[in-house]
Design a protein around this ligand. Structure first.
Ligand SMILES: [Zn+2]
Length: 286
């Protein structure tokens, strides 16, 4: 009887092995026709008489029917690594840590306000208000950066209400006109700051505040490399203006939680639009 049980186990192992091989091949051959097919055939029976695989398998099974069946069934290693579930949280709900807000995706409702806002004890230019989880994550981020010797950090701007964004954006329009204002600032209802999940970060002493040169400061460099570990994403990378609709903002960090930030870091995808397969949002729809 044990001999009978050992065969299915081996069959499962082989099947899993084949599945994994096929998956890897499928993952790296985007447009190559037949690549997967050739490898699959090559993996199945080794070259030589086709019957040798089956005939040699049977004898090797028989000698192993002595050991008790407990030793035959070590299964933990066979459980496949769970893939990242991109649908685990909403990208539409403004209260979701994964909400994607850009020039084609206004917050809905446009005057959304989070229900769990807190003020955190961190140096800042303006009252540092965040959603509770993001606030704690910001404290962790800043503490880690300082412990790593990157210098001191302060928050330039965090949560902004719909009403505040009306005046911020309105100010830019007055100074620059609407076309330039749309490059510098988000229209009310379109700002990530309204989610309570965003921090604009500056160094202490204050320099390069809200300027591209922040990316060259010790604080900016440390954040760009390490923010993901604490669940933060550099939301507007230098090479993704056409995707995000915003120029390089090395100071603007968006909290998305550690699992998503880690997945994006490990897969090398730097924008939420690309990660979730959303259209590029260079400009407003209307
Ligand atoms: Zn910002």
């Amino acid at each position: 009887m044990p001999a009978h049980r050992s065969r299915p186990v081996r069959a499962i192992t082989t099947a899993v092995g084949l599945v994994l091989v096929t998956a890897v091949v499928a993952g790296c051959t985007g447009g190559d026709d037949g690549g997967g097919g050739t490898t699959a055939t090559g993996t199945a029976p080794p070259a030589g008489p086709s019957s040798s695989a089956t005939s040699s398998a049977a004898p090797t099974d028989d000698p192993t029917d002595d050991p008790p069946e407990e030793t035959v069934a070590p299964e933990p290693s066979e459980t496949p690594a769970p893939g990242f579930d991109k649908t685990a949280m909403s990208i539409d709900d403004p209260a979701s840590l994964w909400v994607v807000s850009d020039k084609l995706r206004p917050l809905q409702p446009s005057d959304y306000a989070p229900s769990d806002l807190v003020t955190i004890a961190v140096p800042s230019q303006n009252p540092p208000v965040f959603r509770a989880e993001a606030g704690q994550a910001l404290l962790d981020l800043v503490a880690a950066g300082e412990a790593a010797g990157a210098g001191q950090f302060q928050v330039q701007s965090a949560y902004r209400s719909y009403a505040t964004q009306v005046s911020v954006y309105g100010g830019w329009v007055q100074r620059l006109g609407q076309a330039q204002a749309d490059i510098q600032s988000a229209r009310p209802g379109y700002s990530e700051h309204q989610t309570g999940l965003v921090a604009d970060i500056s160094p202490i002493p204050l320099s390069c505040a809200l300027q591209a040169c922040f990316g060259d400061t010790p604080q900016g460099r440390w954040l760009a490399e390490n923010a993901w570990r604490y669940g933060w994403l550099l939301r507007y990378p230098a090479d993704k203006t056409a995707v995000t609709g915003f120029t390089y903002e090395p100071w603007h960090f968006r909290y998305v939680g550690v699992p998503l930030a880690t997945e994006m870091h490990e897969t090398g995808v730097t924008t939420l639009e690309e990660f979730f397969g959303l259209p590029a949002a260079p400009t407003y729809a209307g």
